[in-house]
Design a protein around this ligand. Structure first.
Ligand code: HEM
Length: 490
């Protein structure tokens, strides 16, 4: 059919399509991120980024790009990754100018919590209610509880060593970390160390990383799985809903304890939040409390489990490091406490080095550039684009950490400014990990108690266990890919 001056309608369609394509090409090529170094395909598509994410290999992929392209690299049409200490300090500043990106809503869809919220006021209000109880001084009252869990863990490990000839330190680290965060937040836990059984709770916690990877990679399909069963994808939402159920159940246990014990009930990490839900002036809806309870359950267990597992494995397999650590631990008094372990400088360096080489959160923490834009690592990035810094690359920068792949606690004898500025295992700025003092307490006590009991610990070859098992899987949280770590030797 002729439409205009001899032009056929199909020709009009072709012209429109051509113009749209040209406009798209122009938009991509003139995008400010087009000037940032990076592979050609990241100008056009986010698909490769998402593909690496769902494979659990995003940090390694981004790191290879940094090795090839330098300290700033485009990883998708809207995001750059940065491996530069100065820029990292600028992005993760306490002033909170670089807000969390909407990626966090994809990771944790539904109602926000202290970890996932993008809203600065919401975050401040919740962080204020949580901060003092989990600060270094606020935790003092909980040291005996944490230590008793650590002791019980070592007991359980001894039993396993007797019965099986090896200890699966991953399993016990997970039971310990979940019992600690449960007991401290709700006054009672799921008592994993007592029951010793791999419950649904533990099975779901083990899936958190993969489930988060699914949600962040396929946000639309995740949304759809609210209404219809989408093969595989539905797991992402199912795990999240189950963690919500565990939080509700734990809060129920807490209220029952308070009813039974009245004023004698132990203080908890959530005490101020509990009070705020009952208080007229600082009223907090129950669902906001429940969402933060979920955040504590999820953020407080997997991260510590994996860090502790890599610490025990790294020391056990390195005779030189182990000898140094044992020499220091042997100076502890018989009935040592946390205060004694705190004074041990090599224990601290072993923890630092584990957090460097085996950061439980290795991937980029995405932030939005403020409206006025920012110059980062020599490039101007306009407002609204996403920037992220990943601990995995910051901690492997050979200019800052010579011989970066080597587990060498002594590198922390005299840390340089660049080392301190590059060290981001707990993130930074106003969104820095709220649980870092608790995590460090667990790691400290466990390091001292484990190697006091098992000075000859070494990785086992039983049951086909090899270094391969410890190869990392990295969704948002890094974990050994076979989710086991076998150690032997008294
Ligand atoms: C070795 C163990 C741990 C590591 C490596 C770790 C790492 C991190 C990192 C990197 C962040 C920042 C995430 C971001 O900016 O996107 C974070 C935030 C957070 N972590 Fe941890 N974490 C650990 C243990 C814990 C524990 C024991 C808790 C217990 C409550 C916890 C609770 C949280 C919470 C609630 C946030 C959000 C803080 C906010 O946005 O204000 N973490 N953690």
């Amino acid at each position: 059919m002729e439409v205009l001056g001899g032009i056929q309608s199909y020709q009009l369609v072709a012209i429109a399509a051509g113009l749209t394509l040209l406009r798209y090409v122009y938009t991509v090529l003139s995008s400010p991120l087009a000037k940032v170094p990076g592979p050609w395909y990241t100008k056009w598509t986010i698909a490769v980024f998402r593909y690496q994410l769902i494979r659990g290999k995003r940090p390694q992929w981004v790191h290879r790009l940094h090795e090839k392209y330098g300290p700033i690299v485009r990883v998708s049409p809207i995001e750059v990754s940065i491996q530069d200490p100065k820029a990292a300090q600028q992005i993760y500043s306490v002033k909170n100018e670089f807000r969390k990106s909407t990626w966090y809503q994809d990771l944790l869809p539904g109602l926000p919590n202290v970890f996932s919220t993008l809203d600065i006021d919401y975050h401040r209000r919740h962080r204020r209610l949580l901060a003092s109880e989990i600060s270094d001084s606020g935790l003092a009252v909980h040291i005996p509880t944490v230590d008793s869990k650590v002791r019980l863990t070592v007991e359980r490990m001894s039993e396993e060593m007797e019965e099986r000839g090896v200890i699966d330190v991953y399993r016990w680290a997970m039971y310990m970390a979940t019992d600690v965060i449960g007991e401290l937040s709700f006054g009672s836990s799921f008592r994993m160390l007592e029951t010793k059984e791999e419950t649904d709770y533990i099975r779901d916690l083990k899936l958190i990383g993969f489930a988060g990877g699914l949600r962040a990679t396929f946000p639309f399909l995740t949304f759809l799985s609210n209404y219809i069963w989408v093969p595989v994808i539905s797991v992402g939402l199912k795990v999240r809903n189950k963690i919500r159920d565990y939080a509700t159940e734990s809060l129920g246990r807490h209220y029952k304890l308070v009813e039974e014990q009245g004023d004698d009930a132990k203080p908890t990490l959530l005490s101020k939040l509990y009070r705020a839900t009952e208080n007229d002036t600082d009223t907090l809806p129950f669902i906001e409390l429940r969402e933060d309870a979920m955040a504590y359950i999820a953020a407080g267990s997997d991260t510590t489990t994996n860090t502790l597992t890599y610490l025990l494995w790294s020391v056990s397999r390195d005779p030189e490091v182990k000898a140094k650590l044992l020499a220091e631990i042997q100076t502890l008094p018989d009935n040592f406490e946390d205060a004694d372990v705190r004074k041990l400088s090599y224990v601290e360096k072993v923890i630092q080095e584990t957090l460097r080489l085996y950061s439980a959160v290795p991937a980029g923490l995405p932030r939005i550039v403020p409206a006025e834009g920012a110059t980062l690592a020599g490039y101007f990035i306009p407002g609204g684009y996403t920037v992220s810094v990943q601990a995995y690359s910051m901690h492997r920068n050979p200019e800052v950490f010579p011989d970066p792949w080597k587990f060498n606690p002594s590198r922390w004898d005299h840390p340089t400014k660049a080392m301190k500025d590059s060290f981001l295992p707990f993130g930074g700025g106003s969104r820095i990990c709220i649980g870092l003092h608790l995590a460090k307490m667990e790691l400290r006590l466990m390091t001292a108690r484990f190697f006091t009991r098992f000075p000859n610990a070494r990785p086992s070859k039983l049951e086909g266990f090899t270094d391969e098992d410890m190869g990392p899987k990295m969704f948002f949280i890094m974990q050994p890919k076979s989710q086991r770590c076998l150690i032997e030797g008294y």
